[in-house]
Design a binder for this molecule. Structure first.
Ligand code: ADP
Length: 364
């Protein structure tokens, strides 16, 4: 609890959130009006709205607390193994806390690692959406830079907030930027953030503390805080942090079937999209990430406009007034043109590095 906040005994008086994860409406804790105010973390800490950490808490509520990630597992192509593992590691412990105790206690942390643009953030959001948990979306690089000096305190408040809104998922993107391996010239502030992170991860999940969970009642067990971290550079991670990210899941480049699904997802609702012969594109898109395919489809969808401009018959102002003329079905040729501008973003060497790390530290 931030200094100056209410003493712990007040916490036990707070009305328990009785919403179950499987309720269709999801948590109702941030409804509106008086209820919204009374159930916000800021109000919980400072009922009159003033306190030493008001600014930090407000910033976290504004920038980091994502009340509505709204991503479904169906929006994500491929990655069936990762989806299954995440459902078991994150969702089931929330749904059936009575089972996930003792040796079966939930994981303390889960790491998603792999090349950039393969769907790690989407997976984290889908987990939070499906589990109807509160989602904290933290970009570690902005934590390290934007909040330098206050980062350590911020980490502590972040976890306190997550416990308040539990069950919660704290998603830390680019984990390597705050939790890299120790080095001799490491900045003192970095070291402090890392140790705070370790302390908080050890205490994050009331339900998973080794051995002690038998004494917890049912409502406490359901109040888990899971740290879900992502990185493109798993080999840079600090060992102690890596150990606490007990489940380490590789999120690879899409398979051929994955590429097909990605085209379908990206071309949904685009005129002519259903008629595109995806098979013809697959060979040219080998090694593309999900993000590369999204960019390719966006480029291709803009080709009719570019053709109009290139014809020299219209200028920008005339183009801006056109609607029907530009609403032409997308064609295979548009993709072939777009492919001249877009190429894959992940190198083969990089893939070898991931495979090696997966062999050494990854979980199937
Ligand atoms: P990462 O976190 O791995 O860097 P993101 O989850 O942020 O990647 O994905 C970036 C974008 O790429 C998404 O917004 C989406 O358009 C696309 N994308 C990547 N992977 C997938 C996937 N498996 N299914 C659907 N879209 C994807």
């Amino acid at each position: 609890m931030p200094s100056g906040a209410r003493p712990p005994k007040e916490e036990s008086k707070r009305k328990k959130n009785t919403t179950k994860p499987w309720d269709a409406e999801g948590p109702k804790k941030r409804g509106g009006g008086k209820q919204k105010k009374a159930e916000s973390f800021l109000y919980h800490c400072y009922p009159d709205g003033v306190g030493p950490d008001t600014d930090l808490i407000s910033m976290l509520e504004k920038d980091v607390l994502d009340k509505n990630p709204q991503v479904s597992f169906d929006d994500i192509a491929d990655l069936d193994d990762a989806k299954n593992t995440l459902q078991e590691a994150v969702l089931l412990p929330i749904l059936m806390p009575h089972y996930f105790k003792g040796i079966r206690r939930p994981w303390r942390g889960v790491l998603l690692f792999g090349p950039p643009g393969t769907g790690k953030t989407m997976l984290a959001k889908a987990v939070a959406t499906q589990g109807k948990t509160t989602f904290f979306n933290v970009s570690a690089s902005s934590l390290a830079s934007k909040w330098r000096g206050e980062s350590e305190k911020l980490v502590r408040i972040l976890f306190e907030m997550a416990r308040f809104y539990a069950p919660s998922v704290i998603f830390i993107d680019e984990m390597d930027s705050i939790a890299s391996k120790r080095s001799s010239n490491e900045h003192e502030a970095n070291r402090k953030v890392k140790s705070e992170l370790l302390i908080q991860m050890d205490g994050a999940n009331v339900a998973s503390s080794a051995g002690g969970d038998e004494k917890l009642d049912e409502s406490e067990r359901g109040k888990s805080v899971l740290v879900l971290a992502a990185t493109n550079r798993p080999w840079d991670l600090d060992e102690a942090i890596r150990r606490r990210l007990e489940k380490r899941i590789y999120i690879p480049l899409p398979t051929e079937e994955g590429l097909r699904q990605l085209f379908k997802i990206n071309l949904k609702g685009i005129r002519g999209g259903e008629d595109i012969s995806i098979s013809e594109l697959l060979k040219k898109c080998k090694g593309f990430s999900g993000a590369d395919i999204a960019i390719l489809c966006r480029e291709a969808a803009m080709m009719p406009m570019r053709r109009k401009l290139a014809s020299g018959k219209v200028n920008f102002y005339e183009l801006a007034k056109m609607e029907k003329e530009l609403d032409v079905p997308i064609e295979l040729q548009d993709f072939k043109e777009a492919l001249k501008n877009i190429s894959k973003s992940v190198s083969k060497d990089n893939l070898l590095d991931y495979a090696k790390w997966m062999d050494e530290f990854g979980c199937k």
